[in-house]
Structure formats: structure tokens, C-alpha cells
Write a protein that binds this ligand. Structure first.
Ligand code: CP
Length: 316
């Protein structure tokens, strides 16, 4: 079992793009340790966290809060809708206020890609001194989703190298697709893409894998990773027909029957039932949807602990 001194130390946790694979491995081990009832770290000093969600969330928000409570952190409530953000206060000034009050860790979801970059590159004269954990930025990164997906895949197959993984659907708008393709490629998986051509950008995704019609992929894939159709990010919905989408790009019962015996279905949630997959398949034997959400808590505990250790916030 991993010990406290083997834990990862990070100042912030914003992306998996360049996260060393050794650290990925340690975080997944640590998450498994927590999942299997391993002892939670006992911090010598109280640690104060706030969750700032500028985009809607159920899984990530509640899961980070559960992870914080399991680690014994004190969570300071923050709701953008009733905060001074509504009076025009900037993200930096909001964080400066929270940090001055005593918040040491900020978990942030934000609609703007790379919102965290200016916060990581502050001039020495600036007073902000708190750990940033990215809970999703626009269509950029979703590191906690990516790591919980890796844990779910590892639990199923025990390895990543050589696994055939299809990422299907609204690729252009998906931070889950970006984070996962970046990490899975480095972990040695064979990546495929499918879905509507208007959501596939060959210049970006072509570096990571091949784009093929779903019916050419379904029988060979180990992991069928479906993406939510992100209506809120679309300029126009003119092209979108639910029935046509489901028939052409969705996981129908017919396609499900063609999957390999030990293949799994994944979806980051929230699911558009009857669109990305048939509603009856959400809890089918091959679906790992609920397990992904369960794993999210333990992965987030490992991520938060890494930043607490990196900043020596807990006094250990
Ligand atoms: N997967 C995910 O990020 O879900 P939420 O938007 O509900 O947090």
C-alpha cells in the first residue's frame, strides 16, 4: 500500500497534458488505496478549500466536495450566482479575496479555456498564494475526469498498452476527449475517433488516432468512450437531429451486441439518454458509467492530497 511519503507533490493541478506517467501511476495507486479503505492522511493543520464552479456541474462539484470532506478539509461555500462576481469582480480578485480570508485551495471550473494560465504565472509582487485544481476549463482540460477514466480502464484491463479505445461524438467541444487522448496516447493505447465529421478536426485529432465510422470500429474496441453532445457550446443546432444522430453515431442495442465480450462502455456524464447511447444501456453489464462516478471521489482525493503535500498545507 502506498505510504504518505510516497504521495505526489504538486503546487497546482491543472492539466494532464504533460503530467509525467510516473505521477499518473502514483495517483492511480493512491486512488485505489483510498477506494480499498486505506487510511486517510491525518493533516496536522486545518486545510481550507473553496469550490468555484462558473459552469454547471453535478459529478465534478459534488465529487470534489466529497473528496474534500473525506480528507478532512474545511470547505468554504462559494456560489458565483450570489458572489461579487455578479458585481464584476474578476477571477483573480475573487481568488485574492478568498485567499486573504484563509482559503488555501481553489477547485475551479470555468468556461474559458486555459483560464488558469495567468494565475500560475504571477509576478512576485502579487499576493495570491493558493493551490489551483482545475475542474474543467472550456473545451481544454478535465484532469480529474481523465484520471478517473484511467482508473476505471486500469481496473478493467490492468494495463493501457495496446488497448483499442474509441472516443466518439462531440469531439471539438470536449475537454474529456482532449485530456483522455493526450494521456491515453502516452500510456500506449491505440486511439480511434468516430462521430459526425463536423465535430472532427483532422489537424488536431489526427495526431492521436484514426477517424472511422462506428460500425467499422465497434467489434474491435476494448473501450467505447461516448461523449456528451454539448448543446450549450454549439453556435447552431441546425444540423442536429436526435434520431439520426443516435442511429448513425450512437450506441444502439444492435451495436452493443457486436462489442467484444470484455469490452466496456464509458461516458463522462451527464448522459443524453437515447442520443449518445440507448437509455437501456446506461446500466447494462458492459457499462462502467456508475463506476466512473464512484472512482471520481478517490481520484480527486489523490489529486487534492498531491497539492496539499506540494504546498505543505497540512503541516506534514
Ligand atoms: N463529467 C462531468 O464533468 O460531469 P459534471 O459536468 O456533472 O461535473
Amino acid at each position: 500500500m502506498p505510504q504518505v511519503e510516497e504521495c505526489v507533490k504538486m503546487s497546482n493541478f491543472v492539466s494532464v497534458e504533460d503530467l509525467p506517467l510516473k505521477i499518473v501511476e502514483q495517483l492511480l495507486k493512491r486512488a485505489s488505496y483510498f477506494k480499498n479503505g486505506g487510511q486517510q492522511p491525518k493533516f496536522k493543520q486545518p486545510v481550507y478549500a473553496a469550490n468555484l464552479f462558473f459552469e454547471n456541474s453535478t459529478r465534478t462539484h459534488c465529487s470534489f466536495e466529497m473528496a474534500e470532506r473525506k480528507l478532512g478539509l474545511t470547505v468554504i461555500p462559494f456560489d458565483p450566482a450570489t458572489s461579487s462576481v455578479k458585481k464584476g469582480e474578476s477571477l483573480y480578485d475573487t481568488l485574492l479575496a478568498l485567499n486573504s480570508i484563509g482559503v488555501q485551495l481553489a477547485v475551479i471550473r470555468h468556461p474559458q479555456n486555459d483560464y488558469y494560465l495567468p494565475l500560475l504565472d504571477l509576478a512576485p509582487t502579487q499576493q495570491l498564494n493558493l493551490g489551483i485544481v482545475n475542474a474543467g476549463d472550456g473545451s481544454g482540460q478535465h484532469p480529474s475526469q481523465s484520471l478517473l477514466d484511467m482508473l476505471t480502464i486500469k481496473e478493467q484491463f490492468g494495463h493501457f498498452a495496446g488497448l483499442k479505445i474509441a472516443i466518439i461524438g462531440d469531439l471539438t467541444n470536449s475537454r474529456v476527449a482532449r485530456s483522455n487522448m493526450q494521456l491515453l496516447q502516452r500510456l500506449g493505447a491505440e486511439i480511434y475517433f468516430s462521430g459526425p465529421q463536423y465535430w472532427y478536426d483532422a489537424a488536431e485529432f489526427g495526431q492521436y488516432g484514426q477517424y472511422l465510422p462506428l460500425d467499422q470500429l465497434i467489434e474491435q474496441m476494448d473501450v467505447v468512450m461516448l461523449l456528451r453532445v454539448q448543446h450549450e457550446r454549439h453556435q447552431s443546432e441546425d444540423q442536429f437531429d436526435v434520431t439520426a444522430y443516435h442511429q448513425q453515431y450512437g450506441l444502439t442495442k444492435e451495436r452493443y451486441r457486436k462489442m467484444k465480450d470484455d469490452a466496456i462502455i464509458m461516458h463522462p456524464g451527464p448522459i443524453n439518454r437515447g442520443v449518445e447511447l440507448d437509455s437501456d444501456l446506461v446500466e447494462a453489464p458492459k457499462s462502467r458509467f456508475a463506476e466512473q462516478m464512484r472512482n471520481g471521489v478517490f481520484v480527486r482525493m489523490a489529486m487534492l492530497e498531491a497539492v496539499i503535500n506540494g504546498r505543505k498545507l497540512g503541516g506534514i
